[in-house]
Design a protein around this ligand. Structure first.
Ligand code: AMP
Length: 193
């Protein structure tokens, strides 16, 4: 599948292990190298900032989308190719969705989880067919994946819906996995049940 832009959901913190920021930098560098636009939350801190800075350093295109009320708190990254200031978190998530062909998830906290599950539930409901790939850097998401397995076994999540979340173990495997993703189906083909 041809991916021209990728949305990154990840921590506004860097986490306690430098391996997380290294993964974010690798993702940014690789997006730039492949000519894929990076769409992200617009901050200059944590993994968000690390990925954006690496993409910019590699000559890549970076589109930040930040709500007014977070401009200070997430220390808006003024170096990006395009900074879009929106009125609310909901608008931010919608614009990030509109601008992106695929979604990548790196380690992060509650905001990252919220964004990840929103985009997955939209896909579960047939509102889009864009790939969603979780990068399980150093096993950070193991506990979440175990929880998802438990939810499937307990009968609250259909296996085919859990399978909408693709998982790679290393950031180096992200773009090759996206190339293998099936092309989007016409929306009237999407199964709702
Ligand atoms: P975090 O994973 O908590 O470090 O947050 C990562 C990103 O998600 C940051 O850009 C936050 O602004 C954003 N975020 C935090 N809380 C929410 C929320 N409830 N809905 C959407 N995004 C959020």
């Amino acid at each position: 599948m041809l991916i021209r832009s990728i949305c990154l959901y990840c921590g506004s913190n860097a986490g306690g292990d430098p391996v997380y920021a290294e993964a974010a930098r690798t993702l940014g560098r690789e997006a730039a190298r492949r000519g894929v636009k990076l769409v992200y939350g617009g901050g200059s801190i944590g993994l968000m900032g690390a990925a954006a800075d690496a993409a910019l350093a590699g000559g890549g295109e970076v589109h930040g989308i930040i709500p007014e009320h977070l401009q200070r708190r997430e220390v808006q990254n003024d170096a990006v190719t395009r900074m879009e200031v929106v009125g609310s978190m909901h608008e931010r998530k919608m614009r990030m969705f509109d601008e992106s062909d695929a979604f990548a998830i790196l380690p992060g906290g509650l905001g990252t989880l919220d964004e990840t599950f929103e985009i997955l539930t939209w896909r579960q409901l047939g509102l889009h067919d864009k790939p969603v790939i979780l990068v399980n850097v150093a096993g950070y998401w193991d506990a979440l994946l175990a929880a998802l397995g438990h939810m499937v076994r307990a009968g609250f999540v259909r296996p085919k819906h859990a399978a909408l979340l693709s998982v790679v173990g290393r950031v180096e495997d992200l773009f090759p996995a996206l190339e293998l993703a099936p092309p989007p189906r016409p929306s009237d083909d999407i199964e709702l049940a």
